[in-house]
Design a protein around this ligand. Structure first.
Ligand code: PA5
Length: 443
């Protein structure tokens, strides 16, 4: 089981204990469905309610894509994108691009930006590829995703013919609403439903994440099992002293009250970069509202010790750090002995590279703590599907409890509409005539 260590959070046991009742109360409200945003609690018991039959269904669809595509483009943004990318990159070979012998399709992502150059380069790359497409959008109307999907659907049909395109385009969207649903039904695409009561950033364990992850060749059963085990280990009747999610939520809230307004998630493996990104969305969109909320930031270490390390060590003391630590690497590389020892590194000869990384991790932790940065450490035994499943659910439930402790509705995101309204007004979208006039007057 994942380990949580907050012995270096620079808090006393009394300070944390004082927040335990609040954490328990928040979890009770979550489990009873009496909290704010209670129409979006479908994620809470999702892992334990996913049936083997459902996973087989997702796998069967993934197998069709795997058999018919060398490349699969996942169109989606925010919660309809980050979870899949986080898991696929964490589990995949860092050099998948260069080493892929065709055993698994390459997974590419689109619809998460509106860059013309990105789409030009992507569509150019895809010209000689047997590519398939997954259109992931809960609302089915998100501009970034819809724009990329329209472009790529046409290319897929032109390159592969309408008949094959129908086989290799899949929709993951609402049961009834939205353009993605209308298109899927009209074209006869295979499709999966995003449950109404699961919000985007909590949807990685629905087909939003499971389908791309299965297409990439990873074990979705083990992923869900890890999440289900974490669900059981942190369920309603588990007391605070044993409940890792409640503890993480409580520690964050104590630190926030102590003036630590920024949480920096750190990893020591570049593969976890998108896990950071997924976490940032989860916590940022859930807690940043009503002029409150810890700002979720992230660093990849040791890389960023050579850029952000100075700030973390000696900048304003408004931060705390949460480190994801992986106990056992999947591969072994020994540092070689060198006769000449010109680099003076023979003291490392025979050691595993991971031992050096671990000492960097420990040295960083102690240095940052000495610099007044509270530290939380989350340790996973290995970076595999099962442990990632645990981590995902741990962060989801920790987020739900933490947001409720903060006094906000962690399951809405009213703030994300503002830019969309302006963009539509500026683009002259039908229905936005009044806003269009008002915004143009400001320019
Ligand atoms: O978490 C969320 O709700 C958002 O990040 C959405 O996932 C994102 O805006 C994409 O929305 P949709 O899935 O409707 O295209």
């Amino acid at each position: 089981m994942l380990k949580l260590d907050y012995s270096k959070a620079l808090l006393s046991a009394e300070q944390i204990e004082a927040f335990a009742p609040k954490a328990e109360e928040a979890q009770k409200a979550l489990e009873a469905g009496t909290c704010a945003g209670n129409d979006f609690l479908g994620w809470l018991h999702l892992p334990s309610s996913i049936t083997p039959e459902f996973l087989n269904e997702v796998q069967a669809c993934a197998d069709v894509m795997r058999a018919n595509c060398d490349t699969v483009v996942v169109a989606g943004i925010g919660g309809s994108y980050l979870g899949a990318r986080a898991v696929i990159e964490a589990l995949g070979n860092s050099f998948q691009w260069l080493t892929n012998k065709g055993e698994n399709p390459n997974i590419l992502f689109a619809g998460n930006n509106i860059s013309e150059d990105y789409l030009y380069e992507l569509t150019t790359y895809l010209k000689d590829k047997k590519f398939g497409l997954i259109n992931i959008s809960k609302s089915g109307t998100t501009t970034e995703t819809a724009l990329a999907f329209r472009l790529l659907k046409k290319q897929c049909e032109q390159q592969r013919g309408k008949e094959t395109a129908r086989k290799v385009i899949v929709a993951v969207t609402d049961a009834k609403k939205g353009a993605a649903r209308t298109t899927a039904d009209k074209e006869g695409y295979a499709s999966f439903i995003i449950p109404d009561n699961v919000g985007g950033r909590f949807s990685v364990l629905t087909p939003v994440g499971l389908l791309p992850i299965a297409i990439a060749g990873f074990d979705i059963k083990a992923l869900v099992k890890g999440a289900a085990d974490m669900e059981a280990a942190t369920c309603g009747n588990v007391p605070f002293a044993e409940n890792l999610c409640a503890q993480y939520a409580a520690v964050r809230n104590v630190l926030y009250q102590e003036g630590k307004k920024i949480e920096i998630l750190a990893n020591f493996h570049p593969k976890l970069h998108f896990m950071n990104e997924w976490w940032k969305q989860l916590y940022g969109e859930s807690e940043g509202k009503e002029l409150k909320g810890i700002f979720p930031a992230a660093v990849d270490l040791t890389t960023d010790l050579h850029s952000m390390g100075q700030w973390i060590q000696e900048g304003e003391r408004s931060i705390f750090e949460t480190v994801i630590s992986i106990e056992k690497p999947e591969h072994e590389v020994l540092f070689p002995y060198d006769e000449e020892n010109l680099d003076g590194l023979n003291f490392l000869a025979g050691k595993r590279v991971d031992e050096v990384n671990k000492m960097a991790e420990l040295g960083t932790q102690l240095a940052h703590v000495d610099g007044g940065v509270p530290n939380i450490r989350i340790a996973l035994d290995r970076l595999d599907e099962y442990h990632l499943g645990q981590l995902i659910y741990f962060f989801e439930k920790g987020c739900g409890i933490s947001g409720l402790m903060l006094g906000v509705n962690p399951f809405n995101q009213p703030g994300v509409e503002a830019y969309k309204k302006n963009m539509f007004a500026l683009l002259g979208k039908p229905g936005y005539e009044k806003e269009s006039e008002a915004i143009k007057a400001r320019l």
